[in-house]
Design a protein around this ligand. Structure first.
Ligand code: SF4
Ligand code: SF4
Length: 430
């Protein structure tokens, strides 16, 4: 196996192929604090890409209720248990050696799905990637355990302890998921046919249907279980990142060639989603650009974190963690950056608050933002999850978003303007 650098782990790791990087990388931030599980995203994807025969159980976008829900059922708990069995007690982080550019969350001391593979000998010998094939029953019902809460007496280290916010005694949260278009995809690493590739222009991971023979090694190797097998074509399929929209090549939607967000992102009712493209340097590092909204949230402020970074695929989906959930649960899901992320999100400063207004403000992909300062309009008392009280100063700043061509496409103020409709033209019918 080759050695590649994984910045989310803060170290090199082994991977079946040499390091190679796209010029831009498809990435997104989901704010779990705002998702209402309306499933509009799920249906937008389903009605665009997976409505045909043989795709009945295929949900490229799904929204599951944590901690019990999952599609396929218990996908994350099963893989975490497999990794723990290979490396008992060793799946830990050393968060004391942080460095913003190369190891922002510290160093992961445990074993990734690639590093643990030689310890798992299957019928065909050692695996390339630790994984498993879900059963048909696991795929059959995507919403089992929807809205199932948990709670009880808090014991440190126990995931089902009471909630972090004093107002609530039980907790659950919604986790929206799509393919993470990983930097080191498990699906790609596991495919014996080399049918999976990462596009050099935007990092979207695709399956070449003419090369796929339906061995399902990718289904086994994707730790997020975002590749699905289609029985009537005998091939695997996965999220295609709505690539015509990302390319700006959809003649109806992008007449001027400006990239627009995927279907699931642009319909999001809860405004939890912000999608974009980040520039990647030749050596694989993210090109520093604190005016790109995604770079700002993920790298500059570290308010959004990767999902299960310890799997080792360097996923490009990032989550603002839910404030009310016991920290033990969140640490195993998002790594050691959780406290820092929640602290900032619970009482955002003026700049961060402005950037958070860009979520779902415009369907064109925003490559740059600017903030125009406005007057102070309020002081609001805020209680942090730690119980500490703070006063948040609110300013009516304006955040402006620009598309790929540097054209202004959106302008949002912090203080939402009130528009009164003229009484004579809009009679109240009640
Ligand atoms: S559309 Fe948005 S708010 Fe609704 S379930 Fe999907 S991610 Fe959550
Ligand atoms: S999430 Fe899974 S399917 Fe998507 S790129 Fe990563 S390993 Fe492949």
């Amino acid at each position: 196996m080759a050695q590649v650098y994984n910045w989310q782990l803060g170290r090199e790791m082994s991977y079946p192929y040499e390091e190679r990087h796209p010029q831009w990388q498809f990435a997104f931030v989901f704010n779990t604090n705002r998702c209402i599980a309306c499933q509009t995203c799920t249906m937008a994807c389903k009605s665009t890409w997976t409505f045909s025969r043989g795709q009945e159980s295929m949900w490229w976008n799904n929204v599951e209720t944590k901690p019990y829900g999952g599609y396929p059922r218990h996908w994350d708990a099963k893989l975490l248990a497999m990794l723990e069995a290979v490396n008992p007690g060793g799946q830990s982080w050393n968060a004391s050696t942080k460095e913003p550019a190369t190891q922002p969350y510290g160093v992961f001391d445990g074993k990734t799905i690639f590093e643990a593979a030689d310890k798992r000998i299957g019928p065909e010998g050692p695996q390339r990637v630790v994984g498993y094939l879900p059963s048909e029953a696991d795929w059959a019902a995507p919403n089992v355990h929807e809205d199932s809460a948990t709670g009880g007496k808090w014991k440190p280290g126990q995931f089902n302890g009471s909630t972090q916010l004093p107002e609530h005694r039980v907790w659950f949260f919604y986790l929206a998921r799509i393919c993470n278009h990983c930097t080191y995809p498990g699906c790609l690493g596991a495919c014996p046919r080399q049918a999976i590739y990462k596009r050099p222009e935007d990092g979207i991971v695709l399956i070449d249907q003419s090369r796929c023979r339906g061995y399902r090694k990718c289904v086994e190797g994707c730790p997020y279980k975002k590749v699905m097998y289609r029985g009537n074509t005998h091939t695997s399929e996965k999220c295609v990142g709505c690539y015509p929209r990302i390319e700006g090549s959809d003649p109806e939607l992008c007449p001027d060639g400006a990239p627009i967000e995927t279907r699931c992102m642009s319909v999001c009712v809860g405004k939890i989603r912000l999608q974009g493209l980040v520039k990647i340097d030749e050596d694989g590092k993210w090109a520093a650009d604190a005016t790109n909204p995604l770079y700002y949230l993920i790298r500059e402020r570290q308010v959004a974190l990767p999902l299960y970074p310890q799997f080792g695929t360097e996923p490009n989906g990032y989550y603002i963690p839910p404030r009310w959930v016991p920290r033990g649960y969140l640490y195993q899901m998002f790594g050691p950056g959780v406290d820092h992320a929640i602290e900032q999100y619970s009482c955002p400063d003026r700049e961060l608050l402005a950037v958070l207004q860009l979520f779902r403000a415009q369907r064109q992909i925003l490559f740059r933002f600017e903030i125009e300062k406005g007057p102070k309009v309020a002081e609001v008392p805020v209680r942090l999850p730690s119980g500490e009280e703070q006063v948040q100063e609110l300013f009516n700043d304006t955040v402006i978003g620009f598309n790929k061509f540097g054209k202004e496409v959106v302008r949002v103020t912090i203080d939402e303007p009130v528009k009164e409709r003229p009484r004579e033209r809009h009679a109240n019918s009640i």
